[in-house]
Design a protein around this ligand. Structure first.
Ligand code: GLU
Length: 453
């Protein structure tokens, strides 16, 4: 009997299915939608991808592991949290992607992040699949020992699902050097194995030089590549940056080193605006405030008079040449994108994952602003994680300078791939399209080689 199964569906039918199967998972649907249109255009005449249902398969995680994490707070209360690991695709390498601890974490957010990570990791050219994990645990306001107990408990469950050739987690929002240390210690204790199972480790125990800087620096290198492609540079330009964590502070540092002037940074309480520019000394002060004192960005204005704090606001209304959203998903909407465009923004480089809403992306696209999506612009972080995996496997360590050169080269390579698939022929590059197609192609071709598995 002939099959009635439709092998070659169109984009609207595909999206209908995604929405139906993932009801209520808005972030995941948004991430798939952002990619799927470009892929459909690309594979229109490539029947083998339709036959093998490649996009349908990439948009369905290989597995989603969900577990309970129990821990005791300092007052001896038993607390219960949810933990997840989403293993999206391992066609081109072990699952790889960060762990996020934030109250907003849920299955939809982690599925979107794992999906994006699959394309991002592919773009780096290194052998890494896509995954993401996390918990709705909120590290804000918790003592070091509470964070330690939570991380140990989280790893007590997670360890059985990961491994240096299986799945290699790293940091993300709410997970930095401190948390990676606690989790690595617990993994080692349980398994009695020292192996490169996590990246973003401390330098003393197998971490890589440049990893802390890599995401922020990489986002600025990508920006630099976009500007250079148009015969321009960062020098003398003003930049508006959101966030004040690892990505934002290192992006600010690199903008400053390249002769740009950083006007803003932010946290969930609001943004600071410093018209004199947030220079290296001020960035170091913020790093200490955030990483050691674990304070709020508003404190900056008590210390540096001449700056202003804008409570509950995002920085996109500030006049600038360059915008770098480095905080979190959906932090830049359609109206804010319009405001940036009318203020004359030249380029946008995303340090965060999916910080611009779909409508916001369309605004940048229509205005032909140079716009680099997170999966390309912030890939420097995971790229240096890939180098950390190589160093651990070889039991060697490369120095800061060498890794800096490798990061610069990797970002250049990603930029070239985006231009290859995103050049519009009129001098404009559609970086979203370029990143989507280049990221997809490598994973898709590997999957075709495996047959139906
Ligand atoms: N969380 C980072 C990202 O979004 C880094 C992941 C990693 O290094 O594995 O790419």
């Amino acid at each position: 009997m002939a099959s009635i199964y439709e092998r070659h569906v169109d984009f609207p039918t595909f999206m209908e299915g995604v929405k139906k199967r993932n009801a209520g998972q808005t972030e995941f649907i948004q991430a798939v939608q952002e990619v799927a249109q470009d892929i459909f255009d690309f594979i229109e005449d490539k029947e083998e991808y339709h036959e093998a249902q490649i996009l349908r398969r990439i948009a369905e995680p290989d597995r989603v592991v969900s577990f309970r994490v129990c821990w005791e707070d300092d007052n001896h209360n038993v607390r219960v949290q949810r933990g997840w690991r989403v293993q999206n695709n391992n066609a081109i390498g072990p699952y790889k992607g960060g762990i996020r601890f934030h109250p907003s974490v849920n299955e939809s957010v982690l599925k979107f992040l794992a999906f994006e990570q699959t394309f991002k990791n592919s773009l780096t050219g290194l052998p890494m699949g896509g995954g993401k994990g996390g918990s709705n645990f909120n590290p804000k306001g918790k003592s070091d020992s509470e964070v330690m107990r939570f991380c140990q408990s989280f790893m007590t469950e997670l360890y059985r699902h990961i491994g240096p050739d299986t799945d290699v987690p790293a940091g993300d929002i709410g997970v930095g050097g401190r948390e990676i240390g606690y989790m690595f210690g617990q993994y080692k204790r349980i398994t009695n194995r020292w192996e490169g199972v996590l990246t973003g480790k401390g330098i003393e125990y197998g971490g890589s030089q440049m990893r802390p800087e890599a995401t922020g620096y990489g986002a600025v290198y990508f920006l630099q590549n976009m500007l250079e492609h148009k015969g321009d540079s960062v020098d003398g330009k003003t930049a508006v940056i959101s966030g004040s964590g690892n990505v934002a502070t290192h992006a600010a540092e690199k903008i400053t080193q390249l002769g740009g002037k950083v006007l803003t940074l932010s946290d969930s309480g609001g943004f600071i605006h410093d018209p004199d520019g947030i220079d290296q000394e001020k960035i170091d002060w913020i790093k200490h405030l955030k990483n050691v004192k674990r304070g709020r960005i508003s404190e900056y204005c008590d210390h540096y008079t001449g700056s202003t704090f804008h409570e509950g606001k995002r920085p996109w209304s500030v006049d600038c040449d360059l915008a770098l959203p480095c905080a979190t998903q959906n932090e830049l909407n359609e109206d804010e994108a319009k405001e940036l465009v009318s203020n004359g923004v030249k380029a946008v480089s995303e340090g965060a994952n999916m910080p611009t809403t779909l409508e916001g992306v369309h605004v940048f696209h229509d205005a032909k602003v140079m716009y680099a999506p997170g999966k390309a612009a912030n890939a420097g972080g995971v790229a240096v994680s890939g180098l950390e995996m190589s160093q651990n496997a070889e039991r060697i360590s490369w120095n800061h300078e060498r890794l800096g050169d490798m990061l610069t080269e990797l970002m250049q390579g990603i930029h070239e791939k985006c231009v290859e698939y995103g050049d519009q022929g009129d001098g404009h590059v559609d970086y979203v399209k370029g990143a989507n197609i280049a990221g997809f192609k490598k994973v898709a071709d590997a999957m075709l080689a495996f047959g139906v598995v």
